[in-house]
Design a protein around this ligand. Structure first.
Ligand SMILES: Nc1nc2c(ncn2[C@@H]2O[C@H](COP(=O)(O)OP(=O)(O)O)[C@@H](O)[C@H]2O)c(=O)[nH]1
Ligand SMILES: [Mg+2]
Length: 363
């Protein structure tokens, strides 16, 4: 095997570069965040590839292919340039319009103040040039809310096949509490009871084992603590083979915690007998920049959905909506407080939008 390093602004992109070059057969050796001499934080992902594949992909292109590639590249460059010129032209027209249109200015100010990015707003406004909507503030606000509604995605609860749900996210965001709520929901609160087991991979946080064990005991639900990939695989294949839902709690980690990160990647990449879903738990209270950082780093784990926690701790949902508009990850649940099992909602667009409208009305 030969090791090769890929560098990007986040681990996901670096890993994606490796996959683009070599396909899925690569194995991950290490991932780290390094501050380069220019002061920029970059992610290095080191992967191992079979020697033959490395030679083929790195040196194997024939001259003809090279030549053709170069021509294609030049053509694509020209198209990109034309596109950029067109965008500039549209920008000019839009800026002229914005200057003279108080409706756009006022509505934009309001939405930006509530956390929606002006970039997203401008793209919507541009598409409305020439229509009546941009002449009437209430029409425009309704239109924007509809656009937000259409962009939000919900992940349905699906129990048609047995599954493993792994919750990942920063420390203290509410993973363990949410797992306990989900366990109660699936085992007792839905029309049909499902056979639920809890697996704890968090051996780092003090008291983490006891915390989940405590909930498992109260609910009379199977609970297993594991720390290595082999026993994880083995337990899923044997002891937990006939469970409907296996909820997996993981160690909270900062996106820069390479060791825990690689370990979690190994668990996610495990060949499991049931479908493995990865849910990122994100607090509604974090700043936009932090949301982006968390998402970019955790998206390395092939995220299926987003669970939003600490809904009760904020009244401002614009930042969260803005994040969803950009990243379009489907939402699965909202955690609305500390109480197990009550403070959990199936993700609901209307609920989120109502909160946002309430916030807009206030200011
Ligand atoms: N206000 C509020 N607190 C929560 C929520 N979810 C979890 N918590 C609290 O946040 C703290 C950390 O939760 P925990 O589940 O241990 O987080 P973990 O480290 O991600 O597993 C605990 O005190 C929880 O009671 C929520 O939705 N709202
Ligand atoms: Mg925990």
């Amino acid at each position: 095997m030969i090791n090769e390093t890929f560098v990007a602004s986040n681990p996901t992109d670096a890993y994606a570069q490796a996959v683009e070059k070599y396909g899925d057969t690569i194995s991950l050796v290490a991932a780290k965040q390094i501050k380069y001499e220019d002061g920029v934080l970059r992610s290095e992902v080191i992967i191992a590839v079979p020697e033959e594949l490395f030679r083929e992909q790195s040196f194997g292109l024939s001259n003809n292919e090279n030549h053709q590639d170069k021509e294609d590249e030049a053509l694509l460059c020209q198209i990109d340039e034309l596109k950029a010129q067109l965008e500039l032209l549209k920008d000019d027209i839009y800026q002229e319009l914005e200057k003279g249109n108080t409706v756009i200015t006022e509505v934009k100010k309001l939405f930006v103040k509530k956390g929606i990015s002006s970039l997203w707003l401008d793209s919507i406004f541009q598409a409305l040039i020439g229509t009546d909507i941009i002449e009437d503030a209430s029409l425009l606000v309704s239109y924007l809310l509809e656009e937000i509604d259409a962009s939000l995605q919900i992940r349905d609860e699906d129990f048609s096949v047995p599954k493993i749900m792994m919750l990942v996210g920063p420390t203290g965001v509410g993973k363990t509490t949410t797992i306990a709520k989900l366990a109660a929901r699936y085992a007792y609160l839905l029309e049909k009871p499902y056979k639920v087991a809890l697996v704890n991979l968090d051996s780092y946080k003090v008291g983490a084992v006891e915390q989940l064990e405590h909930y498992a005991d109260i609910m009379q639900i199977e609970h297993i603590c594991l720390s290595d990939v082999d026993s994880f695989k083995d337990t899923l294949e044997k002891r937990l083979s006939d469970y409907d839902v296996i909820l997996v709690d993981t160690a909270g980690m900062s996106p820069y915690d390479t060791h825990k990160f690689i370990k979690t990647v190994e668990f996610v990449k495990t060949q499991t007998p049931k479908k493995l879903e990865v849910h990122l738990v994100l607090s509604a209270t974090v700043k936009y920049e932090d949301m982006e950082d968390i998402y970019k780093n955790f998206s390395f784990l092939n995220l299926d959905s987003l669970i939003i926690s600490k809904f009760d701790e904020t009244k401002h949902f614009g930042t969260l909506l803005n994040f969803m508009l950009l990243y379009k990850l489907p939402m699965s649940y909202f955690s609305t407080g500390q109480e197990v099992p009550d403070d959990l909602l199936f993700a609901d667009k209307e609920f989120l939008l109502e909160k946002f409208i309430g916030d807009i009305d206030e200011g």
